[in-house]
Write a protein that binds this ligand. Sequence first.
Ligand code: HPA
Ligand code: ZN
Length: 331
Amino acid sequence: GPLAAALDALPKVELHCHLEGTMRPSTLVELAARNGLRLPTSDPTELYRYDSLDGFLEVFWTVQSALGGRDDWARLAHESLLDSAAHGVVHTEAFFTPARHLAAGQDLASVVAGLDEGLAAAEAETGTRCLLICDMDRAFGPEAGRQLVEELVALRRAGSPGVDRVVGVGMDSTELGIDTRTYLPAYDVAGAAGLRLTGHQGENSPASAIAACLDVLGLERIDHGVPVLDDPELVARMAGERVPITVCPTSNVVIAHVVERLEEHPYPRMRAAGLLATVNTDDPALSDLDLGKEYAAVAAAFGYGWDDMVRIALDGVEACWLDDSDKRPLR
Ligand code: HPA
Ligand code: ZN
């Protein structure tokens, strides 16, 4: 309808999006063929099927494996930004998760240089800007995470091409059996180097894990954060300090199955509680999504009108990591 079309065109900020999760199905098929990766099916719509977070992560890891080197990262990043810009995204802070590629022998400098090359080209074409967040993959453990951050910090010191685009560090992948606090050494290194700090928590872990992200790890943003309302003290603090939560409502239905239907998602109660809860896509290509569709779905599910959605978009600007002077033109 007309609201959906207007929401697609509304200038928006995307703060929770995995670049690998934006890979076009056609690109996946091409890269897999070129890099000798056997896909379980030649029909990516068949491949992009899963019934739990850990089932989804298997698919995500297959997609990641298709990225064979610098040029593939450049292509992914370029197409990703063109696709998000086509749906009103004007600024994005996007994750990449290189643990698998580093283990397979790629070097972080090439990954970052490739991403920067693709993003710079897309920025010139669209005017949409993209900063990067280097995520630790929790499936590889906290020591691999710390080593990744050390490597990133060394690239910053060396002035490696494109590394200035990486403004933050995060963590993603599985939450099962993970002790959040074990990521303190990694985040300590990142924080000391002046990197911004975020992390996935509360996709299928309790509110206490979110509290540990703030209290122990010193994170300044939380990705997902779904069960926050279970802890009123935590809500009061996060609302009072305007700690951003990058919520991905549709992803929580189709990937993590936190709720069965969007209408049951706690998002409207999070907003009503005064939390700075933004709307994001997570893995749009793997869940048939774009940020315009996500805004329309949120509006429909929770009965939000244009003014509500504009307020949500402005919350995205508040939550992003641009300087105030760079935020002003987005308001
Ligand atoms: N959760 C955890 N890890 C991820 C996700 C997610 O939704 N998407 C890509 N990596
Ligand atoms: Zn995510």
